[in-house]
Design a binder for this molecule. Structure first.
Ligand code: ZN
Length: 154
């Protein structure tokens, strides 16, 4: 188990566009494992590679539903429907939350750790997490999209 350091707001790494992952080798599998360990340790529901300083299109998500741990390599949103508004946070923006409107259903096409294509559809929190993490791969943070900041006493 290896916990990686989570890059925080203010670091340029979070604002870069990530490259496609082209090799499906043990180096990728270690990254995926470390990202999952780091996400669980931080009690997050998702983590994107740039958040651990790696500019590759790699994401892990676990919203504690039937899907369990989801590993996405080179993901892209191919369909989005509906709308949901709600609170959102980010492990790279600690101690803050914002109200963000997202699609309520999204379908993502990605490849798995061996390069095999698959699709996943999520609704509600999973749809939100998919959008949030895939945004990270293009240097976009939820604070860019939020309607307003949410404070504890709200
Ligand atoms: Zn985030």
């Amino acid at each position: 188990m290896a916990i990686r350091k989570i890059v925080k707001l203010g670091d340029d790494t979070l604002r870069k566009v990530c490259k496609q992952q082209e090799k499906f080798d043990p180096r990728l599998w270690i990254l995926l494992k470390d990202m999952a360990d780091t996400m669980y340790k931080a009690e997050g529901v998702g983590l994107a590679a740039p958040q651990v300083g790696i500019l590759r299109r790699v994401v892990v998500i676990d919203v504690q539903d039937d899907h369990g741990l989801i590993e996405l390599v080179n993901p892209e949103i191919i369909a989005a429907e509906g709308e949901q508004g709600g609170p959102e946070g980010c492990l790279s923006v600690p101690g803050r939350q914002g109200y963000v409107v997202r699609p309520n259903h999204v379908t993502v096409r990605a490849v798995d750790r061996k390069g095999k294509p698959f699709e996943i559809t999520g609704e509600g929190l999973l749809a939100r997490a998919l959008c949030h993490e895939i945004d990270h791969l293009d240097g976009v943070l939820y604070i860019d999209k939020m309607d307003h900041e949410i404070f504890d006493d709200e």
